[in-house]
Design a protein around this ligand. Structure first.
Ligand SMILES: *Cc1c(COP(=O)(O)O)cnc(C)c1O
Length: 393
């Protein structure tokens, strides 16, 4: 049977794989040999499920948004990842990988972060489990994301400002990889999205797949059938989208719509619409679509939303787009902001700017009245209030 899941070699079609420096081969190989065994063990499953329930607050509600549905002429359910502890879906993955690290005998955690959301989720889990935590962050981002830096410090993490390159996410990732090369024996690198060398994209997708597992059960309760007509999610690296589509990926009754960040517009050079504006290349150990110039130099992406501001995309999503399994829409800054205000005024929910891109896709799809749509609200908008306020008259 045709599948859109990863194959034995770590590829999704032509995308994926593990392109890493020699010195990391053993680390990545060790992870590749253990992740499935650990994740399928009873002890892991029990601890993970218990923490997701009692610490994160899962299952997250599947909420029928009546006024939003009326506006778009279909039945729209919101999957409320914004209600998780720490305010987004990222905690699902951070907890899962920290539990895997423990079982591999590694007690020192490193991570990279751009906007700080993955750094906060990782620092939170390290506090919870009593693990050492070092977070690499570009100096520009350290200055831009003051509150998240203070949260990480309060949680006991060491935040290392990175001063090479543009001093943003790409440079922080390089530093994290360098650290990992120096401490391969005791250190585990928690990657925050479905990116990086195999097995990371598959492992992160599996850890986030609790989202679609819950959607299946909740839809059956609400609608008497366990699949929707449409799934909609935003994509930065792709982890909330991967979790949303995971159990439906090979079910062609379900249409998949992915919203990437169009920034000021794809043609302007100021965007993070990697699938539409990118070309095949290698970034962070994986072959995928990358925003690059003619010489293969990685281009600095732009989006109003820090969480979508990444020049690559997960190999799973590159393949879903290449195979036409998913429709990929670019949602520009102004469209996302408009959609965020619309949700706020219709439903009393302030979404994260990232999630607002998924909402901005609603006006670009022609729904039928009987269509059942599930849209994942990946995070809450408290962190984005300063940006939103600039658009208030
Ligand atoms: C980080 C983040 C994203 C983007 O990351 P994905 O891996 O594509 O999900 C989306 N929404 C929120 C709220 C985030 O914090």
């Amino acid at each position: 049977m045709k599948t859109y899941q990863v194959n034995q070699e770590g590829y999704y079609g032509e995308f994926g794989g593990a392109f890493i420096p020699e010195i990391l081969h053993r680390c990545v190989e060790e992870l590749r040999n253990s992740y499935l065994r650990i994740m399928e063990s009873d002890g892991f499953k029990q601890e993970f499920d218990t923490l997701l329930r009692d610490y994160v607050g899962r299952p997250s509600p599947l909420y029928l948004a009546k006024r939003l549905s009326e506006k778009y002429g279909c039945r729209i359910y919101l999957k409320r990842e914004d209600l998780n502890h720490t305010g987004a879906h990222k905690i699902n993955n951070a907890i899962g990988q920290a539990l895997i690290a423990q079982r591999m005998g590694k007690n020192r955690i490193i991570a990279e972060t751009g906007a700080g959301q993955h750094g906060v989720a990782t620092a939170t889990v390290c506090a919870l489990l009593g693990m050492e935590c070092v977070v690499y962050m570009g100096k520009t981002d350290v200055e831009r994301q003051y509150v998240n830096v203070q949260r990480m410090k309060m949680l006991g993490a060491k935040v290392v400002p990175v001063t090479c390159g543009n001093m943003t996410l790409k440079d922080a990732t390089n530093e994290a990889i360098r650290d990992w090369c120096c401490h391969p024996a005791d250190t585990y690198y928690i990657i925050g999205s479905t990116v990086g060398p195999h097995p990371y994209p598959d492992m992160v997708a599996r850890l986030q797949s609790v989202i679609s597992k819950e959607i299946r059960r909740q839809l059956a309760e609400h609608e008497g059938r366990d699949y929707p007509d449409y799934l909609i999610a935003c994509i930065g690296g792709g982890s909330n989208a991967a979790g949303t589509v995971y159990h439906y990926i090979d079910d062609e009754r379900v249409k998949i719509v992915l919203a990437e960040a169009g920034g000021k517009g794809i043609g302007t050079g100021l965007s993070a619409a990697t699938i539409q504006a990118g070309l095949p290349g290698i970034i962070h150990g994986s072959r995928t679509l990358v925003m690059q110039d003619e010489d293969g130099q990685i281009l600095e992406p732009y989006s109003i939303s820090a969480g979508l501001d990444y020049p690559g995309v997960g190999p799973m999503h590159a393949n879903l787009a290449r195979q036409h399994r998913a429709t990929v829409l670019a949602v520009n800054d102004d469209e996302a902001v408009r959609a965020a205000f619309e949700l706020t005024r219709l439903e009393g929910i302030i979404p994260a700017l990232e999630s607002a891109h998924a909402l901005g896709a609603l006006e670009k799809v022609n729904f039928k009245p009987e269509d059942i749509v599930v849209l994942t609200v990946s995070g809450r908008g408290d962190k984005d209030i300063d940006t939103y306020l600039k658009f208030m008259q």
